[in-house]
Design a protein around this ligand. Structure first.
Ligand code: NAI
Length: 244
């Protein structure tokens, strides 16, 4: 129980990676705000945590809307000041650059990058005042560029830049900011890929299997703990050795 009574916000926690992260933080004793744009999923995850004796509350919030992010932070205040923020909400709208619509570009940047910024800005204001905080941003190995993912790669490269800037600005205030780049993780986002792509991806993973939300949640829990006080501005791959 490394996170007893810490207050955490996890965005996009209604399913997939975010859900795995939220469950892990709750198991470590954190009181977790389950943020998601899909209200029903957020409530289900919060109920799942409460049923086993944990603390959680659902907050329906689309991170690309500043007002909804502010409301999510206000809901978190019921638990107390925020100790941990996990910026996980993310989407993809893949397609070749030369055919990419404005809508596909704008939407991915709005959710993945601007959404993370809205959350980070509020967290930074509160955490620097208290002199404590742990921020973990979920990026992707695609931040280095990926075929068919111009919008997604740009948003995730933006997340890395945001992480390294926030880490510098907040380090002396007791706040760490790190990014995790999951490799190929079994969630609804990846289950949509054709079988041949799935097989090719698994073939690249030295661990010989796809990752699970728990694999990512375990690393988030460490970065969110007091033990990680001297780790900041890092970009950590959690990929079973996909790129070595
Ligand atoms: P997912 O699609 O299974 O789940 C995403 C969750 O975010 C959903 O619950 C969805 O309702 C929520 N969400 C979407 N837009 C939102 C918004 N505007 N505001 C609030 N919540 C919103 O995706 P998955 O796989 O769990 O991905 C989570 C994060 O991990 C994303 O940032 C993604 O880019 C990143 N990632 C995932 C990888 C994978 O292999 N699954 C690999 C690398 C990064």
């Amino acid at each position: 129980m490394r996170l007893t009574n810490k207050v955490a916000i996890v965005t996009g926690a209604g399913r997939g990676l975010g859900k795995g992260i939220a469950l892990k933080l709750a198991r470590e004793g954190a009181k977790v705000v389950i943020g998601d744009a899909v209200e029903r999923n957020a409530h289900e995850v919060a109920e799942e945590i409460v049923k086993v004796g944990g603390s959680a509350v659902a907050a329906c919030a689309d991170v690309s809307k500043r007002i909804e992010v502010e409301a999510m932070f206000a809901a978190a205040a019921a638990f107390g000041p925020i100790d941990i923020l996990v910026n996980n909400a993310g989407i993809n709208r893949d397609g070749m650059l030369h055919k990419m619509s404005d809508e596909a570009w704008d939407k991915v940047i709005a959710v993945n990058l601007t959404g993370a910024f809205y959350c980070l800005r509020l967290a930074a204001q509160q955490m620097r005042e208290r002199g404590y905080g742990r921020i973990v941003n979920i990026a992707s190995m695609s931040w280095l560029g990926n075929f068919g993912q111009a919008n997604y790669a740009a948003s995730k490269a933006g997340i890395v830049g945001l992480t390294k800037t926030a880490a510098r600005e907040l380090a002396k205030k007791g706040v760490t900011v790190n990014a995790i780049c999951p490799g190929f993780i079994d969630t609804e986002m990846t289950r949509g890929v054709p079988q041949n792509v799935w097989d090719a991806m698994v073939g690249k993973i030295w661990a010989g299997r796809v990752g699970t939300p728990e694999d990512v949640g375990n690393v988030v829990a460490f970065l969110a703990s007091d033990e990680a006080a001297y780790v900041t501005g890092e970009v950590i791959n959690v990929s079973g050795g996909m790129v070595l």
